[in-house]
Design a protein around this ligand. Structure first.
Ligand code: GFB
Length: 314
């Protein structure tokens, strides 16, 4: 990839897509192509083929997806399956048809079996039952992984699949019904402080563990892999994470201290906990000389500063 290469970032307004744009621009890439979902419905194959035929991007970051937290997945299984399969299938097929030199497909660590040994190694894929609350999303992402692998084998394409852990940061979704846990708690604790609420409600028991990677670290890893490694060196999938986990309860305590909220925390065990742990094994990534840099505390502080500045209320 050189500075004048034509690069298409699918999903450029989302959490990861916008971070990839920031990273590419900061590294001097000038020829970046973007389309909003109003300009280009990626679920429509003819529209995607027409776009690729006219723009002929050389490199593609496939960061467009229908994403959401545990309840959003559980309540909208059909949408999570259909939208993600259509979006990724259309872009991967068009990338093959119009000679894209390299594509990076974003999966998720929820593709691994619910009770897989921890930390999660890439070879655990498809070795057990998936977590029910996000099975449709996971099936869609596994389909994308297998499509990239199959196209590389049949057509000689160079499509790589990366599996990020839970991500957070600027431009995240803060809608309390559809968001992931970290932005949801940041908003809840912030509003509880503003409204002098006596307590904040947290879903589940607080016992599950999660790993959190700041989206700027994620974008750095995506651009690094796209610049330096091909499918042959990476293999079918590669985890991207920090290799460190925290319980939801300790995450709440960390957010409470960053926001400086003085009320109580109430756990609602009637809400789902989801998978107990999903810690990434990042040996494969570390061997490619990449490590995350942004600590969780610093990342939450920066995200909170961004949130207050941008007042990201849904
Ligand atoms: O981030 P999250 O929604 O999804 O939930 P997953 C993580 C944990 O946070 C669960 C707890 O144990 C929730 O019970 N939690 C506590 C909350 N309070 C809240 C809250 O206010 N909002 C939310 N959302 N959670 C997702 C998958 O799994 O991981 C996605 O559903 C994707 O498809 C993503 O793969 C990376 O981490 O459980």
């Amino acid at each position: 990839m050189n500075k004048s290469s034509k690069i298409y970032v699918a999903g450029h307004n989302g959490l990861v897509g916008s971070a990839i744009i920031r990273k590419l621009e900061s590294k001097g890439y000038q020829n970046i192509v973007k389309r909003t979902s109003q300009e280009l419905d990626l679920r429509k194959q003819a529209a995607v083929e027409y776009f690729f035929e006219n723009e002929k991007p050389e490199y593609v970051f496939l960061a467009a997806a229908k994403v959401g937290g545990i309840l959003a997945n559980a309540k909208n299984p059909g949408e999570f399956l259909y939208d993600n399969v259509m979006i990724q299938t259309n872009i991967i097929e068009a990338s093959k048809n119009f000679g894209v030199k390299k594509l990076l497909f974003l999966g998720s660590t929820c593709i691994y079996p619910k009770m897989a040994p921890q930390p999660l190694k890439e070879e655990y894929l498809l070795t057990g039952e998936l977590e029910p609350t996000n099975e449709p999303y996971a099936i869609a992402k596994i389909t994308g992984i297998k499509m990239c692998k199959s196209y590389n084998e049949q057509y000689g394409t160079n499509f790589i699949s990366v599996m990020p852990t839970n991500l957070y940061g600027p431009n995240d979704n803060f809608d309390l019904k559809t968001s992931h846990v970290l932005p949801a708690l940041l908003r809840k604790v912030h509003e509880a402080k503003l409204n002098n609420s006596p307590y904040v409600e947290v879903w589940g028991t607080g016992h599950p563990f999660r790993e959190f990677l700041h989206v700027d670290d994620m974008a750095d890893a995506c651009v690094y892999l796209m610049e330096n490694y091909s499918y042959k060196e990476i293999g079918e999938i590669i985890n991207i994470g920090t290799g460190e986990e925290i319980s939801i309860k300790d995450l709440v305590d960390l957010i409470v201290s960053v926001v400086n909220y003085r009320g109580d925390i109430k756990f609602d065990p009637l809400k789902p906990d989801g998978t107990p742990r999903k810690l990434t094994d990042i040996q494969k990534l570390n061997k490619l000389n990449w490590k995350s840099r942004i600590s969780l505390k610093k990342g939450i502080e920066e995200t909170y500063e961004w949130y207050i500045r941008e007042k990201k209320y849904e």
